[in-house]
Design a protein around this ligand. Sequence first.
Ligand SMILES: NC(=O)c1ccc[n+]([C@@H]2O[C@H](COP(=O)([O-])OP(=O)(O)OC[C@H]3O[C@@H](n4cnc5c(N)ncnc54)[C@H](O)[C@@H]3O)[C@@H](O)[C@H]2O)c1
Length: 250
Amino acid sequence: MGRFNDKVALVTGAASGIGRATALRFAADGADVVGFDSNADGLDQVALAAAQSGASMTTLVGDVGIRNDCMTAIENTVLEHGQLDVLANVAGIAWAEHVSDVTEEGWNRMMGVNVSGAFWFSQAALPHLVSSHGNLVNVASNAGLMGQAYTVAYSTSKGAVINMTRALAMEYAKEPVRINAVAPGGVDSPMSRDFQMPDDLDYALMQRYIGFRPMADPTEVANVIAFVASDEASRMHGAIVTVDGGLTAG
Ligand SMILES: NC(=O)c1ccc[n+]([C@@H]2O[C@H](COP(=O)([O-])OP(=O)(O)OC[C@H]3O[C@@H](n4cnc5c(N)ncnc54)[C@H](O)[C@@H]3O)[C@@H](O)[C@H]2O)c1
């Protein structure tokens, strides 16, 4: 018996990196997984990988930055599966730049995807998660827990995800639902592999958030997301769980 047998788990950002690993983790643990992403080809590949291992995964293409896409995804998931037990808000974007280079469009896009996307999905999912005594897991970042040079928009967005998690946890403190966040440090994913830093950066300012250990594999974060959403973590509510190899420890 898998930990998530008879459970329905919706994972955003499921086409790549941590979201992909999370979708496959839930699927391997018995869940009916719904993978949501804007990358249709990537989603198809993950669904194929799930099917090849005998697991169950369906896909929904959409943009977490568009409220209607988020609401419709939850609605369609519940229509098709009859319930929702886990929402993992993993989709996100990141880039680096000097403060002076932040544009209105870039700032709004960062907030629209990383903050609003997680919120609209949460807002739509919470009534169903309360019904199922389910779990909401947001993916934040070490960048939301520490001031990080050259990523002011990203750090702001992830700080918002952390306090959104706490605010939701408080508002639903008396309801049968658990709401937590996982805050990874560096993870070896397409996001970090494609990450461009400004040419003229001051490396002394970066040392603080590079840490001493190699980057995590996406599965190492996915395992913690699944644990937090499982009955083994039944006492966890409103927690921000770091998965960063000690980066934010000191
Ligand atoms: N990689 C890291 O080092 C790291 C560290 C800390 C936190 N995180 C966070 O983990 C999460 C996953 O990151 P990752 O490393 O797996 O990145 P990734 O780029 O490999 O995957 C992100 C996924 O989100 C999807 N996505 C992006 N914008 C979207 C949108 N508007 N609508 C729908 N889907 C969208 C992408 O298509 C992609 O499949 C993000 O929230 C990121 O901020 C990553």
